[in-house]
Design a binder for this molecule. Structure first.
Ligand code: SF4
Length: 497
């Protein structure tokens, strides 16, 4: 499969496109679907905007300055368009949904504005523009009949790692987050469709699937074919009523996937919401072999005061209790998280509580961000009162702590053996893959081609973000073929939930 920003030279009679992706894995997934739709319409991917007939910007509005970045990008493209008026400029993603017509007024060079729920209409809209139709704005949510685009089997190669969307939108109202505005309310994909797509991906060579959704573990089957499990042992820090509300059908979905797709080696999901890390989900982790020993569980702050202002709907004690239960049920599980520093009203004391939580949970990965006001969010009414320099200093202190924890964690793996799913090669030509706990492992295997296979690696060295090791047994690995394909490096989630 050609990844969204992997490009080819373009020359020849076919129309060409250049696609640029900003933001999270949902956007990356959307870009892959848009690439497939464009290629089905006869477009070929292209090295850069200079030669392209169509430039498509898939935007993200979670972090600040998204629109300024878009404006400067469109400004540059506008100069190209002045020389080549036939160049089509399209803007997709969250900024497109958020701004719609307003964007067109501010940036009249744009030909097409396409919200995330209107991706299926991309080919038709471009055909109309080519025939001389005026600029189009396609936004709004598909509330009645939600569409979930599957990967086109024809575009899939031997990519060992695939993404499958199980839900979209978000019913939470975290006060800092623009996602409910840009992606709309939660809509779920039928369980049967999800299982079917995963089966097809595994038939085509996928070994690992990551389930995607803004709050992926709030999943419920719209066709009501799954049964919600009982909450089980009560939580000390969550009332039984709340605990029952937090239960979803996500654990039942995981069980069905594992039961019906025996070829699936590894199952991941992102991003879960802490309040749906329920007893049933923890039981699923303990019992389902393909479910990996890593969870990215965004917490955002270690202070109850700040969590309340963020409208996160859990306390630090609830978060701690749930991750402790997970760690007990799944020995060796690794956790990563997202953290915001400098949220309105965050004091040094609040920040110390964040550091304390990071120290206690020992997150193996942490994505930290400085708070910035986003339009259409409840927090825009709060005074952004933490000085910028203070935000920067807190972020640096947070990174200093989390870097030290990650390095210690990686060093603890040295001397052991890990099973690694080989995803491709790194920039230096060594092979690279992940353990089921999500540690990145590099190794060399001259003359061999282990991409897509699970191999045993003896870990010899720890770096800041990864491990290096040696193959334990190379005897059964296939020989290197002609030029190996390097799949797009997957990144841990950078956004939300
Ligand atoms: S941070 Fe996550 S859970 Fe909260 S509103 Fe945004 S997408 Fe929803």
């Amino acid at each position: 499969m050609r990844s969204a920003d992997e490009t080819l030279g373009c020359a020849g009679p076919m129309p060409s496109y250049h696609l640029v992706t900003f933001g999270c894995q949902m956007n990356q997934h959307d870009s892959e679907r848009m690439s497939e739709l464009l290629e089905a319409s006869g477009y070929v991917a292209c090295d850069g905007p200079e030669q392209a007939d169509l430039v498509l910007l898939n935007t993200c509005s979670v972090r600040e300055k998204a629109e300024q970045k878009l404006r400067s990008e469109v400004g540059r493209l506008g100069m190209l368009k002045a020389q080549r008026p036939e160049l089509v400029i399209a803007v997709a993603g969250c900024v497109a949904q958020q701004e719609g017509e307003r964007l067109l007024k501010r940036l009249p060079q744009i030909d097409l504005i396409l919200g995330p729920d209107r991706i299926a209409e991309l080919g038709q809209a471009l055909a109309e523009i080519e025939l001389g139709a005026p600029q189009r704005v396609l936004t709004g949510f598909d509330m009645e009949e939600p569409r979930f685009l599957s990967a086109n089997p024809g575009s899939l190669g031997a990519d060992p790692s695939a993404f499958v969307t199980v839900m979209k939108g978000c019913n939470e109202r975290c006060s800092f987050c623009i996602v409910p505005h840009t992606r709309g309310p939660e809509r779920y994909r039928p369980a049967a469709e999800i299982v079917d797509e995963i089966s097809k991906l595994c038939e085509l060579g996928a070994r690992e699937v990551t389930l995607l959704g803004q709050t992926v573990n709030s999943y419920r089957d719209p066709e009501q074919t799954l049964e919600r499990e009982a909450p089980g042992t009560p939580w000390q820090n969550t009332t039984p009523r709340r605990a029952a509300e937090d239960e979803s059908e996500f654990a039942a979905l995981l069980r069905r996937i594992v039961r019906q797709v025996p070829k699936l080696e590894r199952l991941r999901y992102t991003s879960p919401h802490p309040r749906h890390l329920t007893r049933s989900l923890i039981r699923a982790h303990a019992e389902l072999r393909p479910l990996v020993g890593h969870v990215h569980l965004p917490v955002q702050s270690g202070s109850d005061r700040v969590l309340r202002r963020m409208l996160r709907r859990y306390s630090v004690a609830e978060y701690r209790e749930r991750v402790a239960a997970l760690a007990e049920a799944v020995p060796g599980v690794t956790l990563s998280t997202d953290m915001i520093v400098g949220f309105p009203g965050e004091t040094e004391d609040d920040f110390q509580k964040t550091l304390e939580l990071v120290r206690d949970v020992q997150f193996a990965g942490l994505f930290g961000f400085k708070y910035s006001v986003r339009p259409f969010t409840p927090a825009r009414n709060l005074e952004d009162d933490v000085p910028e320099q203070e935000k920067t200093e807190r972020l640096l202190r947070l990174f200093e702590l989390s870097d030290a924890i990650r390095l210690r964690h990686l060093e603890s793996r040295v001397g052991g053996q890990e099973t690694v799913l080989v995803e491709g090669r790194n920039k230096r030509g060594a092979f690279t893959g992940r353990t089921q706990r999500n540690e990145i492992v590099h190794f060399e295997a001259p003359g061999l081609d282990p991409i897509g296979l699970l191999v045993r690696i003896r870990i010899e060295q720890a770096f800041n973000n990864s491990l290096f090791g040696k193959l334990v047994d190379a005897s059964e690995l296939p020989k290197e073929r002609a030029l190996p394909v390097t799949p797009q490096r997957r990144a841990l989630p950078v956004v939300v939930a």
